[in-house]
Design a protein around this ligand. Structure first.
Ligand code: SAM
Length: 280
């Protein structure tokens, strides 16, 4: 393609121009010819074309009107490729991949919407088995953080899968070049969440409360975030075997699981707030 409409900043359009990075993404996806792939934000198609060659079914969701229509024309002769003009933050997943079909999600994500898109697919009833996504490196580091540097996003990612950073990607690999360094993250998605939770919403109510003041000790955060007494917060923590003086970022995913179990035992009637995670 020789004529491009200008990149739209508001849609996070930083197009990949580095073929080596395309190869890194493809190899991280461990593609086999029978794979079904969902691409988010195909843009000008630099990933879409090799994906179409290597998979038996490819659906690509693009929000930009012009790009969606150009791609639809370009791929019209390939029956196994479908371009869907939609917003990946809201799309009905069952309308893009049949519920009984396993799929991999591959994307160079628009940065403004990367977290809602990742969250939506990790939380979905029909999750991908594998995600390979380009995000800002800082976001990648938070997703993959170990105890000591954990945050709500680390817990929310690691509950659903095992993330690792495949490569850092410099701004010069994109046009226009973004201001920040990016990273490719590979997430092996678990068939079931890593913790046995009776309510995901209630779990995130607790975790959000726990991170309500990340610099403070965890008993303070729980007191403040759950509106409970100091005694109640300390009892929950001691039931869970967690020193109340620890900072919330030092708790592992499994510490949060133990704390959740202790909280549910003491407060079984606690209402979950369905918006709890999404509000952040
Ligand atoms: N995949 C292309 C590449 O690597 O060059 C484009 C990547 S660019 C970072 C992000 C793409 O996502 C753009 O094409 C943009 O129009 C599209 N996009 C932005 N917001 C979107 C959304 N909410 N849903 C689906 N696509 C979106």
């Amino acid at each position: 393609m020789s004529h491009h409409t200008p990149a739209k900043k508001s849609l996070g359009q930083n197009f990949l121009v580095d073929r080596r990075i395309v190869s890194r993404i493809l190899s991280a996806a461990d593609l086999t010819p029978g794979d079904t792939v969902l691409e988010i934000g195909p843009g000008r198609g630099i990933l879409t074309r090799p994906l179409a060659e290597r998979t038996s079914a490819l659906t690509a969701i693009e929000l930009d009107d012009n790009l969606a229509s150009t791609l639809t024309t370009e791929f019209a002769s390939l029956p196994h490729v479908r371009i869907v003009h939609a917003d990946a933050r809201e799309v009905d997943i069952s309308s893009v991949v049949a519920p009984d079909i396993a799929y991999k999600l591959i994307a160079n994500l628009p940065y403004y919407a990367a977290q809602p898109i990742i969250r939506r697919f990790l939380e979905a009833a029909h999750k991908p088995t594998l995600m390979v996504v380009m995000v800002q490196r800082e976001v990648a580091r938070t997703m993959t953080a170990a105890p000591g540097d954990m945050s709500l996003l680390s817990v929310a990612t690691q509950l659903y899968g095992r993330p690792r950073i495949v490569a850092s990607v410099p701004p010069r690999s994109f046009r226009p070049a973004p201001k920040v360094t990016s990273a490719i993250v590979r997430i092996e998605v678990y068939p079931q969440p890593a913790l046995p939770l009776d309510s995901i919403d209630a779990f995130f109510t607790l975790v959000r409360a726990g991170f309500s003041a990340p610099r403070k000790q965890v008993h303070n955060c729980l007191q403040q975030g759950l509106s409970v007494t100091r005694d109640a917060a300390e009892t929950m923590l001691s039931d869970a075997g967690i020193d109340p003086k620890r900072r919330p970022q030092t708790l592992s995913l499994y510490d949060w699981g133990s704390l959740y179990a202790a909280w549910r035992l003491r407060y079984p009637e606690t209402d979950a707030h369905p918006q709890s995670l999404r509000q952040n």
